[in-house]
Ligand binder design. Sequence first.
Ligand SMILES: NC(=O)C1=CN([C@@H]2O[C@H](COP(=O)(O)OP(=O)(O)OC[C@H]3O[C@@H](n4cnc5c(N)ncnc54)[C@H](O)[C@@H]3O)[C@@H](O)[C@H]2O)C=CC1
Ligand SMILES: O=C(O)C(=O)Cc1ccc(O)cc1
Length: 291
Amino acid sequence: MFKRLCVIGTGLIGGSIARAARAQGLCQSVVAYGREKNLPNLQHAKALGVIDAFYTDITAALDGVDLVMIATPVGTMQNIFELLKPHWNPHTIYSDAGSTKGSVVAAAQAVFGQVPGNFVPAHPIAGAERSGVEASVPDLFQNRRLIITPLADTDADAVAKLTTFWQRIGSSVSVMSVEHHDTVLAATSHLPHILAFALVGLLGRKDEQREIFKYAAGGFKDFSRIASSDPTMWLDICLANKNEIIPLIQQLKDELSNIEQLLVNDQAEKLFDTFTYARNARQRFLDTLDD
Ligand SMILES: NC(=O)C1=CN([C@@H]2O[C@H](COP(=O)(O)OP(=O)(O)OC[C@H]3O[C@@H](n4cnc5c(N)ncnc54)[C@H](O)[C@@H]3O)[C@@H](O)[C@H]2O)C=CC1
Ligand SMILES: O=C(O)C(=O)Cc1ccc(O)cc1
């Protein structure tokens, strides 16, 4: 499908894309670009067989490449576009895996003036709280969703080819606008991560923290898992999508205040209704997951 894939950011996502593309025979070779300070990680990626070669020189890294995947934290994307700009090839497909799309498109606009038609913004809704190439696996995207957020000028052939690429590594591909993506993901991914960081931070500061984590029942263990996620990656995501996230934090505070008042006033029936509404809403959500 592709001759040579170049991954920029060989971590959990970049490494998993490389492994999956190789496993499915979607490219003949995989190379990586990285910075000098990241050499040990690139050497490790090569030793693991995730990539065939790595370069700290972007010209060498892009030689013969027909697919570039950017999988670095979203706050680095503008620098990556600056790096790519002098070598931009109209016959190459460029894409990314960033968790926010408005900020990535804005970064491309800032560098190129107009977002190039052969850059296809994308986001795999698959991942983990772990980072780095050692956490990468070839089946990370199996039975998961992948969102493409094309712009009016995005090349339809590039979108079609990238759609096939993601489908062949197991993803179900949806297309939506950049704005809709950022609104939806703020609610379903960004707010829950902030909540996990806040809750684990709160409990971690308490004197009885040893007890709290020792007796963590299933629910807290599940929910606190995402608080182990990479702080750099989440700082970038939260800053990039803060306009969507801040109103949701306010709404969440209102929900918590409501529950607090129901408890203060012993309004058992209303509290029961609140829990029942959420439980039914989740069931409706699960019922429609296959749509
Ligand atoms: N972790 C997850 O579950 C998911 C992450 N994403 C997105 O994918 C991207 C990558 O995330 P992960 O793979 O989890 O992170 P990671 O921390 O595992 O890997 C990121 C890699 O990028 C490299 N890097 C950072 N700045 C760089 C720069 N300026 N130039 C070259 N390389 C640089 C790092 O050295 C590292 O190897 C992020 O944009 C994230 O928002 C998307 C879906 C899921
Ligand atoms: O570990 C988890 O449960 C995640 O939610 C992983 C994740 C993190 C960031 C994304 O943009 C998409 C998926």
